[in-house]
Ligand binder design. Structure first.
Ligand SMILES: Cc1cc2nc3c(=O)[nH]c(=O)nc-3n(C[C@H](O)[C@H](O)[C@H](O)COP(=O)(O)O)c2cc1C
Length: 185
């Protein structure tokens, strides 16, 4: 089997991440790969916001404030969890879809393209020996969070990509039977 095929078949997420994260030069390579996502009419409907170092703490404060606004009764544990969430990895890449009106490219296609770009970030990071995990949750769909990150009204968060170096061994991967997912018409 080709190395590339084997790599694609073994891709997996890592919930536990530590230093080092990809360097700015490596992130450039990663974004170049991600931006080869299929893209109807070449709209480039994605953009990426990196959050590293102490900015993760500022993002944690934004997540906590948004949580309290969504749920004024949030207890101390929930608030702490929200505040500390960005500290689970040395680097976050918020993948954003920028929706534009186009006669042939409906919003679903633009969201799918941006999702492919997010997948590309994870694949390229793993190709460079790093690891990551794609997360969302209520915060990712919260306009308060989006506004705090500088998103416009025509933009949405596709994923919060946590990147870094894998802590621990990769989990065993399930074997999926193609026959359960593939039919021939
Ligand atoms: C759109 C999207 C949102 C996700 N959100 C979360 C999340 O909030 N929390 C989480 O633990 N996993 C989330 N996941 C799943 C993980 O990224 C990952 O795919 C899952 O843990 C399975 O691991 P694997 O990718 O190695 O198979 C999300 C995946 C996608 C595609």
């Amino acid at each position: 089997m080709s190395d590339i095929l084997h790599f694609l078949q073994q891709r997996n997420s890592s919930p536990k991440l530590t230093d080092p994260a990809p360097s700015p030069q490596q992130m450039e390579e990663i974004f170049q790969a991600a931006m080869r996502a299929p893209d109807h009419a070449w709209l480039r409907p994605w953009r990426f916001i990196t959050i590293a170092g102490t900015r993760r703490e500022a993002f944690g404060e934004l997540l906590e404030a948004a949580l309290v606004k969504r749920n004024p009764g949030a207890d101390a544990a929930a608030r702490e969890k929200a505040r500390n969430a960005p500290l689970r990895a040395p680097l976050l890449v918020v993948t954003v879809v920028t929706l534009t009106e186009h006669p042939k490219v409906p919003p679903i296609e633009q969201r799918l393209s941006a999702g492919c770009a997010a997948h590309g970030v994870l694949l390229a990071a793993q190709a460079l020996g790093f690891a990551g995990v794609w997360r969302t949750g209520d915060a990712a769909f919260d306009r308060e969070v989006m506004t705090g990150l500088g998103l416009g009204e025509n933009e949405e968060i596709v994923g919060l990509l946590y990147l870094g170096s894998r802590l621990g061994n990769p989990k065993p991967l399930p074997t999926l039977n193609c026959a359960d997912f593939v039919s021939h018409w």
